[in-house]
Write a protein that binds this ligand. Structure first.
Ligand code: PMP
Length: 427
């Protein structure tokens, strides 16, 4: 391929500059296999970010590649208004992972589209329009996604669409009450009740939350938070939406769906990223009752449910279920958490280690301030050491670990070794 310099120059000349590059010295991967990536010089990296929490069973997983290749030679595109077995087969296996009454699926192509559709479903079903999401959340880059998003990623001089509001949410370290304080869930949920009472007509269409905030910096909630939040939402006639774009498919290591970790059942569930192992694919799963409202109108999506995407999704899910990738996430996640906590005792700049399974966050704080510049350096240096991680949080002070779920114990130890070296270099 072209040299890095040439590619950079050509990219600069033709791409919209809004399409940013993550590293100061840009990363140029040319080959991927399972949890590893190779750059244009042949250097190997451990990928502990999986795209952005997207490559779930592994880069170019042989079974997913075989399924896509076989389908590509038969029919690549067929709209869902024709009969095709691939869409039915994947839908059946996908809904089998959900508790009752979540049994109806609508396929789209991205997390943003899925959230847009979920809000439409909530509005049609409730006949209300007001929607509540959380501060620091991320739900997408289309008009609805940006209106829902409470993280400051989106700051345009354009007002959000009317009807979207953000409730104060549990936030690690920076909130008056820590996100993991036992019993804090009731107090945080009261923020939603207050917003409904004083900031809306009293009747809302929906409340949406990620079971663990992803872009926001891997932020879980107090264990009783969603239960109380959902009760306030349902009392106002609203439905509850779980955005499982990052937390789904067993990544938390304890349940297949992030919401199950809180003992709640949402009315609508949104998923993307891991679902296709990198193939553009997303879905909204809901109940019979809510889905029935969609049949009163026509709702259409050209690429949603495409045979190629469906076989990619089915092959990915088959691997997850057969290989118990969820159990594996728990095993490797626990090893990482133990290692990260032991680093925390040596390096006080690590203020917090949080998350579970293979969705983890490490927050850096200096003098009670978010260590934004330090985190940026840490992030770059990990790459120099052959490790790709993510970065996020409200202040860019969180390193995010969301690798393909095939990470081994040796890979986990390599990651911990790189963290220790980089921490020592920067101390
Ligand atoms: N929801 C969550 C929780 C996400 O993390 C993202 C993407 N980062 C989205 C929605 C939007 O997904 P997409 O980029 O596929 O539109």
């Amino acid at each position: 391929g072209p040299s890095k310099e040439e590619l950079l120059a050509r990219r600069k000349a033709v791409l919209n500059p809004g399409i940013f590059l993550l590293y100061k010295d840009p990363f140029y991967p040319v080959q991927g296999y399972m949890q590893y990536l190779w750059d244009e010089t042949g250097k190997r990296y451990l990928d502990a970010f999986g795209g952005i929490c997207t490559v779930s069973v592994g880069h170019c997983h042989p079974e997913v590649t075989a399924a896509i290749t076989a389908q590509a030679g038969m029919i690549q595109h067929a709209p869902t208004c024709y009969l095709h077995p691939a869409v039915v087969e994947f839908a059946e296996s996908l809904v089998s992972t959900f508790p009752d009454p979540l049994k109806r699926v609508y396929f789209v192509n991205s997390g943003s589209e899925a959230n847009d559709l979920a809000i439409l479903m909530a509005r049609l079903f409730t006949d209300h329009h007001e929607v509540i999401s959380l501060r620091n959340c991320y739900h997408g880059g289309n008009a609805v996604g940006m209106s829902l998003t409470g993280h400051h990623t989106w700051k345009y001089p354009v007002p959000p669409m009317p009807g979207f509001q953000h409730a104060k949410a549990p936030h690690p370290i920076w909130g008056p009450i820590r996100y993991d304080t036992p019993g804090a869930g009731r107090d945080y949920a009261a923020e939603i009740q207050q917003l409904i009472q004083f900031g809306t007509s009293g009747k809302i269409a929906a409340f949406i939350a990620e079971p663990m905030q992803g872009v926001g910096g891997t932020v879980p909630y107090p264990s009783d938070y969603l239960e109380h939040a959902y009760a306030h939402v349902r009392a106002a006639g609203g439905v509850c939406i779980a955005d499982e774009v990052q937390t789904g498919f067993g990544r938390t290591g304890t349940h297949f769906w992030g919401f199950e970790n809180y003992g709640v059942t949402p009315d609508i569930v949104v998923m993307a990223k891991s679902i296709g192992n990198g193939f553009p694919l997303a879905a909204v799963v809901t109940t019979d009752e809510i889905a029935a409202k969609m049949s009163e109108r026509i709702h259409f999506n050209t690429f949603g449910g495409d045979p190629l995407a469906m076989v990619a999704g089915k092959a990915t899910l088959d691997v997850m279920l057969r290989d118990d990738t969820m159990g594996h996430c728990k095993l490797i996640g626990d090893r990482l958490i133990t290692g990260l906590k032991s680093l925390q005792s040596r390096f006080p700049i690590i203020a917090d280690v949080r998350g579970s399974g293979l969705i983890l966050g490490v927050e850096f704080v200096i003098d009670r301030q978010p260590a934004t510049a330090f985190t940026a350096d840490f992030f770059e240096r990990c790459k120099d050491h052959g490790l790709i991680v993510g970065k996020g949080g409200l202040f860019g002070s969180v390193i995010r670990i969301k690798p393909p779920m095939c990470l081994t114990e040796a890979d986990a130890d390599f990651l911990l070794g790189v963290f220790a070296e980089v921490l020592a270099e920067l101390s």
